[in-house]
Design a protein around this ligand. Structure first.
Ligand code: FE2
Length: 292
C-alpha cells in the first residue's frame, strides 16, 4: 500500500521542485489517503495509517509540516520513513531542514509568536541530523494521476509554501485560475489546519486536507485526514473527497507532552479540540466557529 515506489526524490524533482508519484502502470491509482500537518502527533499518525489501510487506500501521501506542537519529533519522522510515505515540503520541514530562525508561519501577534517559537525551537533541537538531512530532499509539489484526474499536491498553495487558503476568504475564481495555470484538475493542500473542499468549474476541485496533528478547532478530540477517490467503474473523472475523523490515545500523547515540558496550552488543545494558540491567522468567520 503505502510502500508503492515514489520516484526517488533526488532524480524526480524538477527545477520547480516538483516530483511525480510513481505507481505500477497496470494498477491505476483510484484511492489515496492524504495527511495534512502531523505536528509531531505520532500517535494520530499511527492511528491514521492503520485506518487508511483498513479502508483500502492504495497509497498514502503526506503534505508536510511534520513537527510543531507534539512530543519527540523523531518518532513521527521514523514512522513516515519506515512506511515509505512520500512527503511534500511544508514550511516547518523547510525551516527545520535548513536550520532557519523560525517556522515561516508569519505570526505578528506577540502571544502567537511566543508559542510558535517554543514549538519551533523544541522541534529543531529534537530532530536528529539524519532526519533533517532527509527533509532537504522533500519536493515543493507532488503531481499524480488519480483515475483520469491530474492532481497537484502542495503545502500552502501552488505558488507559495506558506500561503493560507481559507474557506471563507478564498474566491473560486482565484482557485480556478491557479488550476488552469498549473494544468491541474485537483489542487490539494493543507497548512491552515482546517479541512475543506470546493467544486470548481470544469469538474475541477480544490481540497484542503486539514491537519492530522491537532483538532480542527471544532471542540472534538478527533483529528482528520482525507480520502480522495475516483470510482474505477466510472469515467475516472468523478472525485469524492471524504474527511475522515481519527481517534487516538489523547491521554498518552498529553502525558508525553507534559513529561517533555511542552506548554499546557498545547495539551489543552488536544484535550478540548479548541485551538489555544496561533489563532491570529484565522479569518473572522473561521474564528467565530471556535471558542476563542
Ligand atoms: Fe504549514
Amino acid at each position: 500500500m503505502s510502500g508503492w515506489p515514489l520516484d526517488p526524490f533526488g532524480k524526480a524533482v524538477s527545477a520547480r521542485g516538483e516530483a511525480r508519484l510513481a505507481h505500477p502502470a497496470d494498477t491505476p491509482l483510484t484511492r489515496i489517503a492524504v495527511f495534512g500537518g502531523i505536528y509531531s502527533n505520532h500517535r494520530a499518525l499511527q492511528a491514521a495509517i492503520e485506518d487508511a489501510r483498513d479502508r483500502g487506500a492504495q497509497a498514502i501521501l503526506c503534505l508536510g509540516d511534520l513537527g510543531a506542537f507534539g512530543p519527540s519529533p523523531d518518532r513521527t519522522v521514523e514512522i513516515l520513513r519506515n512506511e515509505g510515505i512520500p512527503v511534500v515540503r511544508g514550511n516547518y520541514d523547510d525551516s527545520i531542514a535548513r536550520g532557519l530562525e523560525d517556522c515561516q508561519c508569519g505570526y505578528t501577534d506577540p502571544r502567537d509568536n511566543h508559542y510558535a517559537r517554543i514549538s519551533y525551537e523544541y522541534t529543531l533541537a529534537n530532530t536528529s541530523p539524519r532526519h533533517r538531512e532527509w527533509m532537504t530532499g522533500f519536493p515543493y509539489r507532488i503531481r499524480f494521476r488519480l483515475g483520469e484526474l491530474d492532481v497537484l499536491a502542495f503545502h500552502g498553495s501552488p505558488r507559495r509554501m506558506n500561503e493560507f487558503l481559507w474557506e471563507t476568504t478564498t474566491p473560486s475564481h482565484f482557485l480556478e485560475g491557479m488550476a488552469t495555470q498549473e494544468g491541474a484538475d485537483v489542487l490539494l493542500g493543507t497548512h491552515t489546519g482546517i479541512h475543506w473542499s470546493r467544486a470548481l468549474d470544469g469538474g475541477r476541485w480544490y481540497v484542503n486536507a486539514g491537519a492530522l496533528g491537532r483538532p480542527a478547532n471544532d471542540g472534538r478530540q478527533e483529528v482528520w485526514y482525507t480520502m480522495l477517490e475516483v470510482d474505477p467503474a466510472g469515467d475516472g473523472r468523478s472525485l469524492s473527497a471524504d474527511f475522515i475523523p481519527v481517534s487516538y490515545p489523547v491521554d498518552l500523547l498529553a502525558d508525553e507532552m507534559r513529561d517533555e515540558g511542552l506548554p499546557e496550552e498545547f495539551i489543552e488543545t488536544i484535550r478540548t479540540g479548541w485551538w489555544t494558540t496561533c489563532l491570529e491567522v484565522l479569518p473572522g468567520k473561521e474564528r467565530a466557529r471556535g471558542q476563542w
